[in-house]
Design a protein around this ligand. Structure first.
Ligand SMILES: *Cc1c(COP(=O)(O)O)cnc(C)c1O
Length: 239
């Protein structure tokens, strides 16, 4: 094995142990939780190594980095998740490679994604990103719609050709009432998910938890955790 391959294999094994332990502690079967490795800032070569180690879900947050990386890995059976704030002028590019957009947070993005998915002849999974620290009617600093805006976006997604509402996503807030209270934040996301699923049972993805707080997310009921640093290492400071 190359040095990088053994490093990634060791990191991945450690993350896998954490996920398994968190599932066991929560009384949940391991298969209920999908690991998504966030490969942002790392090269396509790392994605290829991770695929060789069994990873099938990867995530990126900037189209300018993600588009060439996805193209370089087009021969691999990978599910690509887009998790960054998404400008409408990048939508056409993102729809070209993403299977799931986890950061849907405004009506204009719904119409733009729907138009692009239609043109590309693709069906795109969409998660509504919830900003638990946003004021009613607003959006968070780091993207996401306030909890009271979820239903309006869900209704728009229900009607949008080419888009499939798959569930909810959040990033634990750094400020506000949930700062430092990841478990409470993820419990709140689960309540919103329960409400959403009353009329939309298929929208059952709950994407929450990162390197530092994946245990809290799994305890709360997350179905997908998004892990970067703990697998790939500390990112060079840029995005
Ligand atoms: C970078 C990123 C992650 C991964 O964060 P780590 O702390 O490196 O595990 C997860 N979710 C989103 C939206 C991200 O931008």
């Amino acid at each position: 094995m190359t040095d990088r391959k053994s490093e990634l294999a060791e990191n991945l094994a450690r993350v896998e142990e954490r996920i398994a332990a968190a599932c066991a502690a929560a009384g949940r079967p391991r298969e209920e939780v999908t690991l998504i490795v966030v490969t942002k800032t790392y090269p396509a070569g790392d994605v290829r190594i991770l695929h060789g180690l069994g990873v099938r879900h990867v995530a990126e947050n900037r189209d300018q980095d993600a588009a060439p990386k996805a193209a370089a890995c087009a021969d691999l059976d990978l599910t690509w998740h887009f998790v960054g704030q998404l400008q409408t002028n990048k939508v056409r590019s993102v729809v070209g490679y993403a299977d799931v957009v986890q950061s849907v947070d405004r009506l204009r993005l719904v119409s733009s994604l729907s138009a692009a998915a239609g043109k590309a002849g693709r069906e795109l999974g969409c998660l509504i990103q919830v900003a638990l620290d946003a004021e009613a009617g607003g959006r968070g600093d780091r993207g996401g719609v306030a909890p009271d805006g979820v239903e309006e976006l869900a209704a728009a997604l229900d009607e949008a050709p080419g888009l499939r509402l798959a569930g909810l996503m959040t990033v634990a807030p750094l400020v506000g009432e949930y700062a430092g209270r990841q478990r409470a934040a993820f419990d709140r996301l689960m309540d919103l998910s329960t409400a959403l699923r009353v009329n939309r049972p298929a929208a059952n993805m709950v994407s929450a938890g990162m390197s530092a707080d994946l245990e809290d997310a799994i305890a709360a009921g997350a179905t997908h955790v998004r892990v970067g640093t703990a697998v790939l290492g500390v990112r060079p400071k840029l995005g």
